[in-house]
Ligand binder design. Structure first.
Ligand code: UTP
Length: 224
C-alpha cells in the first residue's frame, strides 16, 4: 500500500520526545518490511511556534514567520532521515516532486513544510494527490475527530466513521472552534475529498495505532 503519514508537531515535538521519535522510526522500518511505500510529513510543534514568536518580536512579516516555522519542521524531518539511514531518501525533500522521486526509488521520504501560507496537513494532502496514495494517516494529539472540541467540552463525542461531506458540515457548524480546526486543515480536506483518499485520524502518542489503521482495523476516526 502507498501511505502518507502526517505526524503532528504537537505529538513528537511539543515537547520534543526522542523516545517517541525512535518508536516512529521502528514503525517506519516495520511498514517498509511489510512492503508498504511511505512518505512522512512532520510538523514543527512548539519549537516552530517559539520561533514564530521570535520572528514576530523582530517585526518580521507573516511570510518570513512561516518560512522560519518551515525550517523548524524540516529540522525534525532531517532528524528522522538521519535516523532512518539507508532506507530513507537522505536529504529532506523541498518539493512534492522530490518526495515522489524518493518514493519511486523505494525509499522513505520525510518532508517538513513546503511553502508559506499552508500547514503540514496540506503538504500531506498534496503528496497524497501527487503519488495517488491509498491512505493518509494523521497521527494527532487527539483520539480522532469529535463533534466539538474535546478539550473544551466534556460531552464531545468522537466519530468512528465520517464521510467527507459530514466532516465539512461539522466544520461549518463549528467554524469558530479552534480545536476542531486543528484536527485537519480545511484546505487539506478539500484536496483529499477531491482525490477520494481514505483518511484515518489516530492518537499519535501510540505509534502502533498507525499500523492498526494500515491493517484496516478500527482505530481513531476513519474519513472516506
Ligand atoms: P503545522 O501547523 O502544520 O505544524 O505548521 P504543527 O503545529 O507542528 O502541526 P500539528 O498541528 O501538530 O499537526 C506550523 C506552522 O508552520 C507554517 C505555518 O505558519 C504553520 O502554522 N507552515 C507549515 C507553513 O507556512 N507552510 C508549510 O508548508 C508548513
Amino acid at each position: 500500500m502507498r501511505i502518507v503519514l502526517k505526524i503532528g508537531g504537537s505529538v513528537i515535538a511539543s515537547p520534543i520526545n526522542p523516545d517517541l521519535i525512535a518508536q516512529y522510526i521502528a514503525l517506519l522500518k516495520d511498514l517498509r518490511a511489510k512492503g508498504h511505500e511511505v512518505a512522512v510529513v512532520v510538523g514543527g510543534g512548539t519549537l516552530a511556534r517559539e520561533f514564530i514568536g521570535i520572528a514576530k518580536q523582530l517585526k518580521l512579516q507573516e511570510e518570513a514567520q512561516d518560512k522560519i516555522a518551515i525550517s523548524v519542521s524540516r529540522l525534525f524531518a532531517q532528524l528522522f532521515l538521519e535516523k532512518l539511514g539507508d532506507i530513507g531518501c537522505g536529504a529532506v525533500p523541498l518539493t512534492i516532486e522530490e518526495t515522489a522521486k524518493c518514493l519511486s526509488k523505494g525509499k522513505v521520504a520525510v518532508m517538513g513544510g513546503l511553502k508559506p501560507g499552508m500547514t503540514t496537513d496540506t503538504v500531506a494532502a498534496l503528496i497524497v494527490k501527487k503519488v495517488k496514495a491509498d491512505l493518509l494517516v494523521k497521527a494527532s494529539d487527539q483520539d480522532g475527530v469529535y463533534d466539538k472540541d474535546p478539550r473544551k467540552y466534556s460531552d464531545a463525542v468522537r466519530f468512528d466513521h465520517l464521510s467527507f461531506e459530514t466532516l465539512s458540515l461539522v466544520f461549518t457548524k463549528d467554524k469558530h472552534e479552534a480545536g476542531i480546526h486543528q484536527i485537519l486543515d480545511p484546505e487539506a480536506i478539500r484536496l483529499l475529498r477531491s482525490r477520494k483518499a481514505k483518511v484515518v485520524v489516530v492518537n499519535g502518542f501510540r505509534p502502533e495505532n498507525v499500523m492498526t489503521a494500515v491493517d484496516g482495523k478500527r482505530v481513531g476516526t476513519l474519513i472516506d
